[in-house]
Design a protein around this ligand. Sequence first.
Ligand SMILES: [Ca+2]
Ligand SMILES: [Ca+2]
Length: 298
Amino acid sequence: MADYVNKQVIELKEVNEENQNRATRSVKAETHLSDRRLRLYRLAAGCLGVLCVLQVTLNISLRLAFYNSGNVTEERDQLQTSYNTLTEERDQLQTSYNILTEERDQQQTSYNTLTKERDQLKLIYNILTKKGEQLQTTYNTLTIERDQLQKERDDLMRKFSILKQTCPEGWQKFESSWYFLSTVKKPWRESRQDCLERGADLVIANSDKEQEFLFSFNKRAWIGLTDSVTEGTWKWVDGTPLTTPSYWYLQQPDNGGDNPANRKEDCVELNTETWRPVKAWNDLSCLLNRYWICEKRV
Ligand SMILES: [Ca+2]
Ligand SMILES: [Ca+2]
């Protein structure tokens, strides 16, 4: 570019020198021309020089514009390339963003569905747990009722079995036992021995009804109660202590009272002098002879 400008300047100088030479030659050749014409020539030469300067300036400007235009185009192309690259990357990013957004929405939908299913399962679990507890309670209740029914059935079967059995001769049946009233009188120990030989023992009164039944024999008879081991501690012949109910007569047991003739009283008879069945026991000397009542549970 600089070379081109220098070249143009040189050409301009050459043109000016040529014009000056021509003017000199014209002055020499035409010295006779008038001053007016000389001034016209000089004016024309000056104009021509100005035109040459303008042309050179125009050429330089055009070259500069062209050169600049070339740089701009290259930069524009680079910018266009960068723009295209960025646009392509932006589109790829947009596509990735859209895919990720769609996947996120799908994950969110799956999460919501799983959460809903979990809540439903939890609700079902709670309902089943409650029903299980109710069933357990019902089962426990039914188990208790079943055990009670089995016990009642066993009792009924036992009573039915007793009812089917026939009393041996001389025995009487009352509820779940057989009873034997002796026809002779003996001391308490011999009386008990007789019962044992019959596969029974002296009677044990467990209830008002049984006591009333024994009283109905209307005999002064031994029962299976004694304090012969420890005075004042009454025990049945099966070893159980006397608890309620007890059916002592008035002021009994008295172990003979203050009368030494009564001796020690460690065995119990039924007193038929009273009119109250549940107030009929009297302690008496075991050596005295009395009827006796045997009892055999069946
Ligand atoms: Ca006594
Ligand atoms: Ca007495």
